[in-house]
Write a protein of this length. Sequence first.
Length: 165
Amino acid sequence: MLVMLMRTAEAVHPSSDVRDSERGITESGRGDASYAAAFMKSLGLEPKLIICSPFKRTKETAETISANLPDPPPVQIAPSIMPGAGVGEIMKAIKSRVECGDQDWILAVGHEPDISSCLKELLKDSGDYSIPVESGTLVGIDLNCREGIVRGKLIFTFSPMAMRS
């Protein structure tokens, strides 16, 4: 299974006027998501499906990416990957939508520290994986499912700055 995990694009700063779940992405974040779509296209990494949490910033990130791909994939809301979701919930959301042997890309847009925790768990057999996952970072993993255990092999990691180049 080929999975891209992406931290939501840069979001509007928290304020007492707006609930956390209603914070959208900034214009810079929208630009980063558009560049991410162009980057995916240029490398042949176009997802067949995008899943995201129900929070406004992840939906806006996912929808911007989808709209900027030549064959826009559907965006599905996965309530189980709200902030605080563990690797089990994120993997359940992914596995419920694709088969483990599937060789098409799926993109999951989520939150920190969930993305970092998920990466650490999925990549623990290939060494300690602990790098900062800034807003808009895209990570590709080849996942293997054996006897109910999911493990991954890192394929790539790109920051928003790298995708803009």
